[in-house]
Design a binder for this molecule. Sequence first.
Ligand SMILES: [Zn+2]
Length: 434
Amino acid sequence: MSVYWAEYAWLPDGLAERVTIDVAGSTISSVTSGTAPNGNELRGLTIPGFANAHSHAFHRALRGRTHHGRGSFWTWRERMYAVADRLDPDSYYRLARGVYAEMVLAGYTSVGEFHYLHHAPGGVAYSDPNAMSAALAAAAQDVGIRLTLLDTCYLNGGFGQQPDEYQRRFSDGDAAAWAERAAAFKPESEMVRTGVAAHSVRAVPPQALRVVAEQADGRPVHVHLSEQPAENRDCLAAHGVTPTTLLAEAGLLSPDTVAVHATHMSTADIRMLADARSRACFCPTTERDLGDGIGPARELLDAGVRLCLGTDSHAVVDGFEEWRALELNERLASRTRGRFDVAELFSAATDHASIGWPEVGRIEAGAAADLVTVDLDSIRTAGTEPAAALFAASATDIREVLIGGRQVVSEGCHLLVEQPEILLREEIRALCPP
Ligand SMILES: [Zn+2]
C-alpha cells in the first residue's frame, strides 16, 4: 500500500483540498478529503491523467518541418509520406519511445495509437507481419504509458482508387487479410490493449467497413470522419450519401465508435452519431495546424455525443492546450464566452473509456491509480484559482505522474527514459535528412 497526499485534487464531484489517496498495487483503494499531510506529498493540483484518444506516433517527426514557403496541406502530406517511407520496426520503436515519453511528461497516461503503417515499403509483409505493432507496444511499455493499439484498415488511396507507392505500406490488400493479421496481434503486457479502426470512408470501401465493425467485438472502433469538406463532396459523388450515413449503413456506428475530427457535419450526421451513442474525438491543435476548420463540439455534446481529445499529428503535445482549444475555438466561432463548463472539458480530456480503459480517469476508490500533479507555483500558474489553473497551465507544469500505481515522472523528469529530447532529435534527424 502506498499513501499519497494531494494539496488539491480533482475528484469526481469537483475540487477537493488536502486529500489522502491510498493506492494498493495499480488501483486506488480509498480517497479522503480534509486530512493532514501524510505519505508522499503532492504539492499542487492532482488530477487523473489525460487520455490521448488519437495518435499517429510517426507524425511527430514532422513538427516544425512542414512550414516551408508558408506550408500547405500538400507540403505536410508529402513530408509525412517521406517519413513513413523510411521507418522500419527498429527505428519506429526508437521514435515512438521518444514520442510516448513526451506524452507522459505532458500528463497523458494513455494513448490510442491509430496505427496504419503496417508493412515494409511496397507493401511487403515483415517476417512478423505485426512487427510494427509490436514495436509500438514495446515503446509504450518502456515508457510506462497505457497503449491501445487501434489496428487500422487502410485499403484504397481514395474513393475507388488503388493505393499509391507510399500508401502500399498501409494496405493488407483486402479486408479479410487485414482482419486476419490484426487478430493475430496479442499483446503480452496488461498495459497494452487492442481495438480496431477504419482509416476513413476514402480508404475503406463499404463492404470492408462492415468487416471492421464485425472485428471490433466490444473493443473500441475508431474512424477519421469528415475532416475536410472534400471528403464529404467526394463521398456524395461516389456513394450519394454523407460519410456518416455510409458508416451507419455499414453498421460501424455503435457506443464503442469514436468518430475522429467530425469537423464538417450536417445536423442529420450529428443525429446519427447521437442515436448510435458514439463519441467524437476532437484534435484541436492538429485541426488548426492543417486548417481543417472548427468542428461543432457544443452541438455534438448537446445532441448526446460524448467528446474526447487527441493530439493526432503531435504538432503540439499539451493536454491543457487541447482542452482549452475546445472551449476557445467555440468562443471564436460563436463570439460567446463560456461554451463549456470546466467539468465538461475535464471529462473530454480524461475520457480513457474512449480507447478501452473505463477504469481510468477518476480519482476514486476502485479506479486505476493514475495521478498527475500540476504545479500551482510556476510563472504561468502563480496566483490562479486551483481549479482554474487548468486554463493557465502548460505541459511543462506537470511535475509528477503515476500510471497504474507506478511512478513514471518525478519533478518533471521521466524516470524511465533519459533525456527523451535528445532521443527525439537524433531519431528525427536520421528520418529527415536535410
Ligand atoms: Zn488522424
